[in-house]
Write a protein that binds this ligand. Structure first.
Ligand SMILES: [Cu+2]
Length: 136
């Protein structure tokens, strides 16, 4: 019994330690367009939408999944390269353009106006690696 109590206390302490230097850090501002080099950690691959404001599109060889999504104005789309090769995301109208993303990297863009945004991967457009976001 005593051991269990100690173990639980240890877990709680670890959880607290890992969650936050919250008191000292200013809240980071969220860029509307940016690239993260931090590999995604615990998000299940099968989850397409984490909430109403965020949608995840995965990149593979050579496709976007899902390749067509419909979202509301204000939604942030996160493209995540879950493939083995580098990929990128280029809007045909120039609304957003990512650099080449290495495997594990992500690119985010927040849609602030309605419309149909078609995009493609520059290296693999010829292989049909295209997608679209309909913003309502
Ligand atoms: Cu590609």
């Amino acid at each position: 019994m005593r051991f269990v109590a100690v173990a639980v206390a240890g877990l709680v302490a670890c959880a607290c330690a890992s969650t936050a230097p919250a008191s000292s850090t200013a809240r980071p501002t969220q860029p509307t367009q940016g690239v993260s080099a931090v590999p995604a950690t615990a998000t299940p691959a099968a989850t397409t939408s984490t909430d109403d404001k965020t949608v995840v599109v995965q990149l593979g060889e050579h496709f976007f999944d899902p390749s067509s999504i419909t979202v509301k104005v204000g939604t942030t789309v996160i493209w995540r390269n879950n493939g083995q090769q580098v990929h990128d995301i280029h809007a045909r109208d120039g609304s957003f353009n990512s650099p080449l993303l290495n495997p594990g990297n992500t690119f985010t863009f927040t849609f602030t106006k309605p419309g149909l945004f078609r995009y493609y991967c520059v290296p693999h457009e010829g292989d049909g690696m295209i997608g679209q976001v309909e913003v309502q």
